[in-house]
Write a protein that binds this ligand. Structure first.
Ligand SMILES: C[S@@+](CC[C@H](N)C(=O)[O-])C[C@H]1O[C@@H](n2cnc3c(N)ncnc32)[C@H](O)[C@@H]1O
Length: 229
């Protein structure tokens, strides 16, 4: 199975033959890839909805994966017991939902060797939650896939260093010095899109939103200048 750029960014962060839970597995592509490439000893493919689980089962069959993957139906990490797997993956949901999945099963979340997170949006909400809730980001990477930038983070329990500015919850700190094309692209596109939004915000009466956005644009531009992005 060939994975999309963003899903490949997730599996690339698995650095040993681990037991893995893929939470919100949907199509089951990650479990299939992990087993086909012998990157995991076992995978639990879990989803809150029956439809996706049925699709994952069908896709697993089509790829002749008969051993090593177990499907489970239920919310978040509730389908797992403490210490059952080494690694969890939670991807393709919003940053708010990922944060609440971690918070709802905090004991289980803190037992993983590490967790790989890839929010579909609101990565800043997730980074704030992680910082405030005793998780630290070990590594992070931005990739561009199908017209969108995705932030992938490998996290574990621990205390992270304080974030200097609001902008860093959006950009993360791990890529500031790598100056990868996708990271640069994210910074420049975000500045452009915020400059469009602020025009409408200025016309409305939402003063605090306007101030938040204009400060954020300023901070993004400082990051762009400081790191030559
Ligand atoms: C957009 S898909 C993402 C699939 C895959 N993880 C990816 O990144 O391509 C989101 C999946 O998460 C599932 N989901 C949503 N909320 C969930 C929750 N609280 N617990 C487990 N799965 C959830 C949905 O049913 C859906 O299959």
């Amino acid at each position: 199975m060939n994975l999309s750029i963003r899903l490949k960014a997730i599996v690339d962060l698995i650095d040993e033959k681990a037991s893995v839970a893929d939470i919100g597995t949907d199509h089951g592509y990650i479990p299939i890839y992990l087993m086909e490439n012998k990157l995991a000893s076992k995978v639990i493919a879990s989803d809150i909805n029956k439809g996706p689980i049925d699709i994952a089962i069908k896709n697993l069959k089509e790829h002749n994966i008969t051993l090593g993957v177990e499907t489970r139906l239920g919310p978040g990490l509730k389908t797992l017991s403490k210490g059952e797997v080494d690694v969890a993956i939670i991807a393709g949901m919003g940053g708010n939902l990922i944060a609440s999945i971690l918070e709802d099963s905090i004991d289980i979340a803190k037992e993983f060797n590490y967790i790989i997170l890839q929010p579909a949006q609101h990565q800043e909400v997730l980074r704030k939650y992680l910082y405030e809730s005793g998780f630290k980001i070990i590594t992070e990477k931005v990739v561009f896939d199908s017209d969108k930038y995705y932030h992938t983070m490998k996290v574990t329990k621990g205390n992270d260093t304080q974030y200097e500015n609001e902008v860093h919850y959006y950009t993360g700190r791990g890529e500031l010095n790598t100056r990868s094309n996708d990271f640069k692209g994210y910074i420049n596109e975000k500045i452009k899109s915020m400059e469009k939004i602020i025009k409408y915000t200025a016309k409305s009466e939402d003063k605090s939103r306007y101030e938040y956005l204009s400060n954020l644009i300023k901070e993004f531009k400082e990051v762009k200048r400081e790191y030559d992005l």
